[in-house]
Write a protein that binds this ligand. Sequence first.
Ligand code: NAD
Length: 313
Amino acid sequence: MKAFVTGGAGFIGSHLVDSLIKQGHTVTVYDNLSSGNKEFISQHLEKDACHFIKADLLALKKVEKEIAGHDTVFHFAANPHVRLGETHTDLDMNQGVVATYNVLEAMRRQEIKKIVFSSSSVVYGETSEMSLPETYGPTLPISMYGAAKLGAEGLISAFCGTFDFQAWMYRFANIVGARGTHGVIVDFIEKLKKNPKELEILGDGKQCKPYLYVNDCVEGILYGFSFAHDHMNLFNLSCDTTTTVTRIAEMVVQEMKLKNVTFRYTGGLRGWKGDVPRFQLDAHKMNKLGWKANLTSDEAVRKAIRDVLDAKL
Ligand code: NAD
């Protein structure tokens, strides 16, 4: 396969690049390094199997030029910070919707038909369901980030319907692990490095979500890509357990070997506006296909804390 990976220098994208190269594929990474790090893929760049292009997806002509000659596109670039939508209301519209349109349009012009997309559980919005299957609806996201993911899914579906594309779309749980650059684990570690006596926790700490280890995530993506053959392949990608925010804080404190840390909660049900405080993803569809996460949510969190503390690349 000649793979084109947008966001391939990012946290999840770089792990995907590792796996694609390990499987013997040729990879082009297209990334503007806005939140990615070239170091994450530097081990591959000396070899012919991986080629890096520093460029922006908002430049359609550039995307079209560079995407030519590939057969599969893994579209992983996006703004990763859900909270930014509160203050920068056009960010996800551009980085999530327009960027995805540019990828699809460049593919159409270059006659590339296969796209794998990193969507998110946030497309479901806030629901009263305990566990959300892919068939749940209506999907009513409550953040700009979620709206952009849903918009991108819609565009991909439209290109499948109109131009005969084939798509694999994964709605991820929270992904954690080595090279993590954002999210609750990184946030807690940074705060505790600054002040080892007190930890500010956004919300009431009872927010409860599934955390999937990044290697499980990449394995699932490539498993679904190999074994799901529909025109439109839509999957939740998650483990079947959850972890509360307070539990994460306790694990971070333990792994940093700190004592007598006071937890100071900012209060309220959610960490910020647009945060979905409690959800679980139903991963039966992926399980039925033959994939299951190796680590539970708690195991993934603990391993990720160790990875981030050891700053493993
Ligand atoms: P990340 O920030 O590490 O990776 C995103 C990459 O995209 C970065 O390398 C960044 O430099 C690049 N990028 C952003 N805008 C770009 C643009 N306009 N042009 C070119 N490159 C651009 O984030 P991540 O956590 O690895 O997320 C990867 C994908 O998975 C994203 O689409 C994200 O929305 C999705 N996702 C992540 C999680 C999670 O828990 N991390 C959960 C659900 C979905």
